[in-house]
Design a protein around this ligand. Structure first.
Ligand code: ADP
Length: 259
């Protein structure tokens, strides 16, 4: 990991946090949160001090995926204590609202919440803080990149054309924001039937690999569409934790080791 040099008036470091890596996608539902939680757990298992900031304001899924619940405490009324599970220090916008409460905030409120999560949460000393971004190229992405010194971004996409089209926009946004692209991850790359072993490319195959090649960035992983990955995440223990010896866990470990 290379640390970007802080510019005096530009994006600032979060105190105690060595590196910030954004996990992004063009479209929702492509597995960005699944990748974020598994990557965070893999980093923790590899001995890194890791945090996960769930900034997916429209669909915060990290509390469920990492199996944490309850409202974070604020003993002094000013700072917020993050929660912790599977070796990952985490904070989610989802922990600041009720489960069924839709987030219908306007831009400035959103930015306030994001700022709060960056500056008021006691992250402690971290090697890496992963930020699970909302899909797309909106205010949260801009604010994060302008206020915090993001060292790199990973873009998650399915191989499907529509997803790739939006992923390209995301990649272009990071270029404009001067955030280095660390690589791409193809999720739901292939599906192997657990009953008969037949392999099917539900969303096509290889689209992300060729996009990454075109852009000259690494293809960090190809993750299969796999029932176990979904069940593990829904159960609050990502596959890296619940089935650490599986091939799927290895794929996430390889990405973590390369960061
Ligand atoms: P995003 O963050 O991009 O909106 P999620 O990570 O929330 O996407 O994933 C959307 C849904 O798809 C979730 O139910 C998740 O468990 C499931 N999912 C994601 N990746 C996989 C995969 N590789 N195999 C099976 N299910 C997956």
């Amino acid at each position: 990991l290379r640390t970007r040099k802080a510019e005096p008036q530009g994006p600032q470091k979060i105190p105690g946090v060595n590196h910030i890596i954004a996990i992004a996608s063009g479209k929702g539902g492509v597995g960005k949160s699944t990748v974020s939680s598994n990557l965070a757990c893999a980093l923790a298992q590899q001995g890194r001090r890791v945090g996960l900031l769930d900034a997916d304001v429209y669909g915060p899924s990290q509390p469920r995926m990492l199996g944490v619940s309850g409202r974070p405490a604020s003993p002094d009324g000013k700072t917020i204590l993050p929660l912790r599970n599977h070796g990952v220090t985490m904070m989610s916008i989802g922990l600041m609202t009720n489960d069924d409460q839709a987030v219908v905030w306007r831009g400035p409120m959103l930015m306030g919440a994001l700022q709060q999560m960056m500056t008021q949460v006691q992250w402690g000393a971290l090697d890496v803080l992963l930020v699970d971004l909302p899909p797309g190229t909106g205010d949260v992405q801009m604010t994060l990149s302008q206020k915090a010194q993001v060292d790199g971004a990973i873009v998650v996409s399915t191989p499907q054309d529509v997803a790739l089209l939006d992923a390209r926009k995301g990649i272009d946004m990071f270029k404009q924001l001067n955030v280095p692209l660390l690589g791409m991850i193809e999720n739901m790359s292939t599906h192997i039937c657990s009953a008969c072993g037949h392999e099917e490319h539900v969303f096509g195959h290889g689209g992300v690999a060729s996009e990454a090649a075109k852009l000259g960035v690494p293809l960090l992983a190809e993750i299969p569409l796999d029932l176990q990955i979904r069940l593990a995440s829904d159960g609050g223990a990502p596959i890296v934790v619940s089935q650490p010896d599986s091939g799927q866990a290895k794929a996430f470990h390889d990405v973590a080791a390369a960061l």
